[in-house]
Design a protein around this ligand. Structure first.
Ligand code: COM
Length: 534
């Protein structure tokens, strides 16, 4: 066993034959974040050709590689960062979840300020800067784990801390060396689309990436440009932290093209809840400019009402861009000539094949939904097909979620969509239609019991949509906490060719008191020949 070969002074590090630990990785990554030399984990003694080179070691590249390896293939991942896992553990999903958990805790403290055992939170101010730092100090453990697991448990080969240049559909170049494979799998992600307005280069203007890497002051007043998921999630955190936040968006929140099956009652509950917590939401407006204070710092956002053209200034010291992301496909278009769509997304079929033979594309690079399930399963789909196992992946329908100060989950048809398709639509919901939420502290479960006893209207919202004739469940919608797990399985149950009926769901064994209550609510109507709303 060789010792970890960590050379200083401009030399590469080759850890292929070294058994690594998470501890070693943590230090190695921290060191190489400051350097530009590659880290090699490549079996030079293996003379087999690679079945696939994964360009990009995010979720898609890692899970695709894992599957390809499991099927007996040989793979190589190349990533520009010194760690695998991509933006998720580094800048995106993981900090989002950390901030959303903070938002939930802070929100509870504010509502219960001075009540029960809660301290007075009238002047509560949580530091956004401190949370960013907390995340940055901790993210190294996820980085290390990704590298360690991929090498020691999944037997993957990789080269890190160096970008790959694609030469042709079988060849890449890394640090001056060429590697060949039967196939390339492209998965290098997307980046924020900054609005084309003056002032986006001022100090104080961030997106979710630069927020993590560059925030250097404590924001006091925030304007978010755009109404994406990121806008809602980060905005809810900023507001809960005590930084008053305004969202300016062209379209109503949660009605952007990239979100499907959003039920209007659920949407209303979410948006009303954000307003109740003091957020200002300005819809039907577009940004005109970000103006500075003369010293290079943002001090106001000028917006225009899209209906009457009137302009307004919103004072702030912190501007957060939440206008969504765009695939980074230029390099592949230029070199390989892959076909792309209107927004730069690489076009793929259900096998993840691009227009160029032997070139696959996965993850955010192929456009929305820019979600983990699509990246991982897309990687796996490419691997399956590369290994000769024809497999199709349809990512057009999927369970979805986002956070405000709540966890919001949905799958299947909204009530409105169901009513457009079917004559006999029955709805089971809490609170029931027409019953003021103040009168009924439901749905309540983990995370909302305290609210149920003091603020019934804050206990969340839920709805199941049923096709009354076939009795099939068509959609589930939930605002609360802890239901995300269930929605993975609800998605599966609904999707089976025969679906699941209200009677079958009513026959399942629930764990009292479960977060989304769907089993017992279905049981209350199961058996009834003529289904009615509940
Ligand atoms: C998750 C990254 S944070 S990966 O999907 O496990 O690679």
């Amino acid at each position: 066993m060789r010792r970890l070969w960590l050379m200083q002074g401009g030399m590469l590090v080759d850890i292929t034959l070294t058994k690594t630990t998470n501890f070693q990785w943590r230090h190695l990554i921290a060191d190489y974040e400051k350097k530009s030399e590659p880290i090699y984990n490549v079996r030079r003694d293996d003379k087999r050709k690679y079945d696939a080179i994964f360009v990009g070691g995010g979720a898609g590249g890692r899970f695709g590689s894992g599957y390809l390896r499991a099927r007996g293939g040989r793979q190589l991942i190349v990533d520009r960062w010194p760690f695998l896992g991509g933006s998720c553990p580094h800048l995106a999903c993981v900090p989002h979840h950390l901030f959303s958990e903070a938002a939930r805790e802070l929100d509870l403290m504010r509502w219960f300020s001075g009540k029960l055992w809660f301290p007075d939170a009238t002047h509560l101010r949580a530091s956004i800067l401190q949370m960013v730092q907390l995340f940055k100090e901790g993210r190294g453990s996820a980085h290390a784990f990704m590298n360690w697991q991929s090498k020691e448990q999944l037997d993957l080969e990789y080269i890190l801390n160096v970008p790959a240049t694609v030469i042709d559909n079988h060849t890449i170049e890394v640090a001056g060396e060429r590697f060949q494979a039967d196939n390339l799998v492209l998965g290098t992600g997307a980046e924020t689309v900054f609005p084309n307005i003056p002032g986006t280069d001022l100090h104080g203007v961030y997106d979710f990436v630069s927020l993590i890497e560059e925030l250097d002051f404590e924001p006091q007043r925030c304007v978010i440009i755009g109404g994406s998921k990121v806008a809602i999630e980060y905005g809810s955190f900023f507001q809960a932290a005590g930084c008053p936040t305004t969202i300016v968006a062209r379209k109503p929140l949660m009605r952007t093209a990239s979100l499907h099956h959003v039920d209007e009652d659920l949407r209303q509950y979410v948006v009303d809840g954000m307003c109740k917590r003091g957020m200002q939401i300005l819809e039907g407006v577009e940004p005109v400019a970000i103006k500075g204070d003369g010293n290079g710092n943002a001090k106001e956002v000028i917006i225009r009402n899209m209906q009457d053209g009137s302009e307004e200034s919103l004072a702030c010291d912190f501007v957060f861009i939440g206008t969504g992301e765009r695939p980074k496909s230029e390099h592949y278009r230029e070199v390989l000539g892959v076909a792309v769509g209107e927004k730069g997304e690489i076009l793929v079929d259900k096998h993840m094949r691009t227009s160029v033979p032997n070139v696959y594309a996965i993850g955010d690079l192929i456009g929305p939904p820019m979600e983990m399930f699509k990246a991982r399963k897309g990687g796996m789909t490419a691997a399956r097909n590369i290994m000769g196992e024809p497999y199709e992946f349809d990512w057009t329908d999927y369970p979805d979620f986002l956070h405000s100060t709540y966890e919001i989950t949905w799958v299947g048809l909204s009530e409105e969509e169901a009513k457009q398709r079917y004559d006999n639509v029955v709805v089971i919901q809490m609170p029931p239609k027409g019953v003021p939420h103040e009168d009924i502290p439901l749905p309540c479960a983990e995370g909302t019991m305290l609210y149920a006893f003091m603020y019934p209207e804050l206990t969340g919202f839920q709805k199941a949509v049923v096709e009354g004739n076939s009795r099939r469940l068509l959609g589930f919608h939930h605002v609360g906490f802890g239901a995300k797990d269930a929605f993975q399985y609800l998605d599966y149950l609904m999707r089976q060719p025969e679906g699941i009926t209200i009677d079958e769901m009513g026959n399942m064994n629930e764990l009292f008191l479960n977060p989304e209550h769907f089993i017992q609510l279905c049981r209350l109507r199961a058996g009834s020949p003529n289904l009615r709303d509940l």
